[in-house]
Ligand binder design. Structure first.
Ligand SMILES: *Cc1c(COP(=O)(O)O)cnc(C)c1O
Length: 395
């Protein structure tokens, strides 16, 4: 049997990096007390593979997993996860009964939702209060009513209120006045809840940035998404924690060729060679979630240096400047990775296209094959074999 041909382009996720990051975060937040850690694995683990990341996070000591939707929570249960698990984004008609039966803790934003959940109870419910993000969660004007109804339902044995929580708007900007205001509002909500007779197991407010930058917001639990994947929630602000980016996106060069001075490259000829050069064709484009906005701005790693993308990113491919070199077809190209060799990182891509690293890692996919590796044990997980058999991505 011959070795399988490496894929044209792939996402490689190092689960050892995930475990490493979870241990760092857990150590960080437990310095001053028994704060629990929730690994947030919504949106397919920010593009890293929800099920695999969840298992790695549990292995490394994550006390909770957090996801947005009930479907995501049920997928984790179906994959064999049985630990504490919270979801927080439901829409009318969602299957609360299935979530409750699976031991998933659900979140109520309103009395209507709470009653819908109680109808399929007895359910473990967390209440989300809006302390200033003005997104999901109970508005301040309704806290008292929500807590009173929740307390009533609890006395009737139809629900247990296991948590009360909220979410920051600007925790990546530690000096932003919203942070103090939201934390104060959250403390008011907790006081009102206590007055209403509620005594939740966990209260929580912090995401990754607040877990790292705002110890006063830790309460009983922190919900870490982006930092679990080794990316910095507050670039330029966070202290160095030694987090390790878990995702590498790599491809193999399709061809390289000479481009003469004055010739235009890619659609619309938005870039012209100022002098004779060589370019390489990389088989990944916006069909793989590479931002089209990266045209003429982002870099990729070929050989031993960063090479600028020339012209527009196309649906299936992009073109990079090889500055006179003509590496053979099949040569490895790293779009982004941990940065250890000098290759660009997801943060570099985010900076190049004016977004955040969250969007870069979460959007890559499409035809990319995703493979999980473990640089501590040097073994690959089953998903790799599945992927090779089916020729499809595991996403
Ligand atoms: C996504 C999300 C998080 C995780 O945020 P990070 O900035 O990635 O740590 C935490 N809480 C809620 C409610 C979320 O939606």
């Amino acid at each position: 049997m011959t070795d399988p041909v490496p894929p044209r382009a792939e996402i490689v996720v190092d689960l050892a990096a995930v475990r490493h990051n979870v241990r760092i975060l857990k150590d960080l937040v437990t310095v001053d007390g028994p704060v629990q850690l929730m690994a947030v694995v919504k949106a397919d683990g920010y593009g890293h593979g929800m099920v695999e990341v969840a298992a790695a996070a549990r292995d490394a000591g994550a006390d909770w997993l957090g996801v947005a939707t009930i479907e995501e929570a049920l997928a984790l249960r179906a994959a064999g996860d049985h630990g504490p698990l919270l979801c927080w984004l439901s829409a009318p008609g969602d299957d609360f009964a299935a979530a409750v039966a699976a031991g998933v803790e659900v979140t109520a934003y309103s009395v209507t939702e709470l009653e819908e959940i109680a109808a399929v109870g007895p359910a473990r419910v967390q209440l989300k209060v809006d302390t200033g993000l003005s997104r999901g969660g109970s508005p301040r004007s309704e806290w008292q009513h929500l807590f009173a109804v929740a307390s009533d339902l609890e006395r009737q044995g139809r629900i247990t209120v296991t948590g009360i929580w909220s979410h920051f708007a600007a925790s990546d900007e530690p000096a932003h006045p919203a942070n103090d205001a939201q934390e104060a509002a959250f403390r008011e909500a907790l006081a009102l809840a206590e007055t209403a007779g509620l005594d939740p197991d966990v209260t929580h407010l912090a995401n990754s940035a607040a877990a790292i930058l705002r110890p006063s917001s830790h309460f009983d639990l922190v919900r870490c998404g982006i930092a679990t994947y080794g990316l910095d929630p507050a670039p330029g602000v966070s202290p160095r924690l030694g987090l390790r980016p878990a995702m590498t996106v790599r491809a193999r060069l399709v061809m390289s060729k000479v481009v003469r001075a004055g010739e235009g490259v890619s659609y619309g000829h938005t870039w012209h060679a100022a002098e004779d050069t060589t370019v390489g064709v990389v088989p990944a484009g916006y069909g793989e979630g590479v931002p089209r906005a990266a045209g003429n701005t982002a870099h990729v790693w070929v050989g031993d240096s960063q090479r600028p993308i020339r012209g527009r990113v196309c649906m299936d491919q992009l073109v990079v400047d090889l500055h006179g070199e003509l590496p053979p077809a099949g040569t490895e190209v790293v779009l982004f990775g941990a940065g250890d060799l000098g290759e660009p990182t997801a943060q570099d891509w985010a900076d190049a296209v004016d977004t955040i690293s969250y969007e870069i890692v979460t959007r890559v996919g499409g035809r990319l094959v995703r493979r999980h590796v473990d640089t501590e044990t040097d073994t690959e997980t089953d998903t790799d074999a599945d992927t090779e058999d089916s020729g499809r991505t595991t996403r």
